[in-house]
Design a protein around this ligand. Structure first.
Ligand code: NOJ
Length: 549
């Protein structure tokens, strides 16, 4: 740890656990909290500082738990509150902090307050907690505006009123089972402040805040004829009426005041698909601590593009005194070991089917390992997604009839979605589900070769991806590189095509995204992304090294 404890989050490596797919203690084919607790040592051994748990709250699972029916309990599939307490205690004993997911933009259509809103008449206080509107057109048959759901189709669903007649419409930026809260209503603020305190009192160290930039909508919900995909850019200088409205910042300031009341610090991390300069406004000193860097996650394996985004990200965050974060994968995007196995741009969230062009696995993994040394060699905080330390590929061969991502149905079976990065983890080479649990019938099927990626298979093999991660995290922590200041070694334009080279702290990082070998600066190589990365002082294509000057 290079910073004092109080500043842990500035350089932290935070490991994302997707509870459904991490480890299954009760043998029902779905991961659970006791499974996580039993396997936490893996995360501690890896050298991470904290875990972030995707939602484990009661939920019909219309969107993998991001449809929350009760913010202050545990879904019986995952265990109970005692299991959550045990997980926290075990994590803290192992020196791991625990960040949980807060989902404030929408709940589940099974949430008590939404059920009450449906049962109440138009114009009632119950309905005011959500965005209910009369429809347009004759008979109110048209949605109130032209907004599209992020999962395709209109962002509005019409309800049937108590008397059986077609009634009002409610807004859902995601699935119809995920009604958006109305943050113009003070009671919504109170509800979430109670939830924050509930988990803070139980000892969590922070919150990752789901689509936090969408909670406040522009007054009047004006039409917006542009689709949103990936990082949201302003159109003619105007942000879309559902993203990054000024009102979000007061909410974050109020939450920050609550977190600051607790011994800590406890942290807030923004999930907002915004360009670095807009995301940086969320991490001003009195708002959140960190924001995900989705501009970085969206990059191709290309030195010039990486350098540009590193520069703009560091500049934007440094200007507000916040650390920059780095991330390559999460539960919403194609795993980077597969993404980098394609030449050309890749749709991050669309998924791949068995009949689609398949990634080049060896190339993807080689680049992924180099990309890992690039990411972990940057100053700031880094997020890892479970399984990336195993070099796990996206599962691109899932049968269509097992798909669970709501976008698959909503798109009329055109967009496969995100299931391929959510397949349960392999822990051992054999066993009914490669050590995931006692059942072979896992909620998404594992491919036959998953055992070759297992934790037990890779442990102790110095050439494995797992040992590369362990070594990189250990060196990152002991060298203090994450607290350093980045200095490029070459002037822009003078560098070889594909060369990325910088120093931070006592470490020089060199990566080669090009097609020809590049010369390495002097110094002792402390880590190489692949065993054949360096020959006679030259760094091979699609490789990276860390050098101690
Ligand atoms: C972002 C989450 O990461 C994703 O999984 C979810 O579908 C949407 N937000 C909606 O909650």
């Amino acid at each position: 740890m290079t910073h004092d404890d109080h500043e842990w989050w500035r350089t932290a490596v935070i490991y994302q656990v997707y509870p459904r797919s991490f480890a299954d203690a009760d043998g029902d084919g779905t991961g659970d909290l006791r499974g996580i607790t039993a396997r936490l040592e893996h995360v501690a051994d890896l050298g991470a500082d904290a875990i972030w748990l995707s939602p484990f709250y009661p939920s019909p699972q219309a969107d993998g738990g991001y449809d929350v029916a009760d913010y202050r309990d545990v879904d019986p599939r995952y265990g109970d509150l005692q299991d959550a307490d045990d997980l926290l205690e075990r994590a803290h004993t192992l020196g791991l902090r625990v960040v949980v997911d807060l989902v404030p933009n929408h709940c589940s259509d099974q949430h008590t307050l939404f059920r009450r809103a449906l049962a109440a008449p138009p114009g009632s206080p119950e309905r005011a907690l959500f965005h209910f509107r009369d429809g347009g057109g004759p008979g109110g048959d048209e949605p109130p505006n032209d907004w599209e759901s992020m999962f395709q189709g209109p962002a509005w669903t019409r309800v049937t009123e108590a008397d059986g007649t077609p009634g009002q419409w409610y807004l859902h930026l995601f699935a119809p089972e995920q009604p958006d809260w109305n943050w113009d209503d003070r009671r919504v603020h109170d509800e979430f402040e109670t939830t924050l305190r509930f988990w803070l009192d139980r000892g969590v160290d922070g919150f990752r805040v789901d689509v936090c930039d969408a909670i406040v909508k522009a007054p009047g919900l004006p039409d917006w004829p542009h689709a949103t995909h990936g990082v949201v850019e302003p159109v003619d200088g105007v942000m879309p009426p559902m993203w990054d409205q000024e009102g979000i910042h007061d909410v974050f300031r109020a939450w920050r005041r609550i977190l600051d009341e607790y011994e800590g610090p406890r942290i807030l991390c923004a999930e907002a698909w915004l360009p670095p300069e807009r995301a940086a406004r969320i991490v001003r000193p009195d708002e959140m601590h960190q924001a995900f860097n989705f501009a970085y996650l969206s990059l191709p394996w290309d030195a010039a593009a990486i350098r540009d985004t590193v520069d703009t990200s560091l500049a934007a965050n440094t200007a507000v005194g916040a650390p920059t974060t780095w991330v390559l994968s999460n539960h919403d995007v194609m795993r980077h070991a597969s993404r980098f196995g394609y030449d050309g741009p890749v749709e991050l969230e669309s998924g791949v089917g068995v009949d689609d062009p398949q990634p080049d696995r060896a190339l993807g993994l080689r680049r992924a390992r180099a990309a890992t040394l690039v990411m972990l060699g940057l100053p700031g905080s880094a997020y890892l997604y479970q399984g990336e330390e195993l070099g796990l590929p996206e599962v691109t061969t899932l049968p269509d009839d097992v798909r669970q991502d709501p976008v698959w149905e909503r798109s009329g079976h055109r967009t496969r979605g995100r299931d391929g990065c959510r397949v349960p983890l392999p822990w051992t080479a054999d066993g009914p589900s490669f050590g995931f649990g006692a059942s072979a019938d896992t909620w998404l099927p594992q491919p036959e070769d998953f055992g070759t990626f297992a934790v037990a298979e890779q442990t102790g093999d110095p050439a494995s991806t797992l040992e590369l991660y362990r070594a990189a995290l250990a060196f990152r922590a002991s060298s203090g590189l994450a607290a350093g200041e980045l200095r490029w070694l070459e002037e822009r334009g003078t560098a070889d095509a594909g060369l990325l080279a910088w120093t931070t702290g006592p470490v020089t990082v060199v990566a080669n995204t090009g097609t020809a070998p590049v010369a390495l600066p002097a110094g002792t190589i402390v880590l190489r992304s692949v065993p054949d990365a360096v020959t006679e002082g030259m760094l091979a294509p699609d490789a990276a090294v860390w050098i101690r000057a």
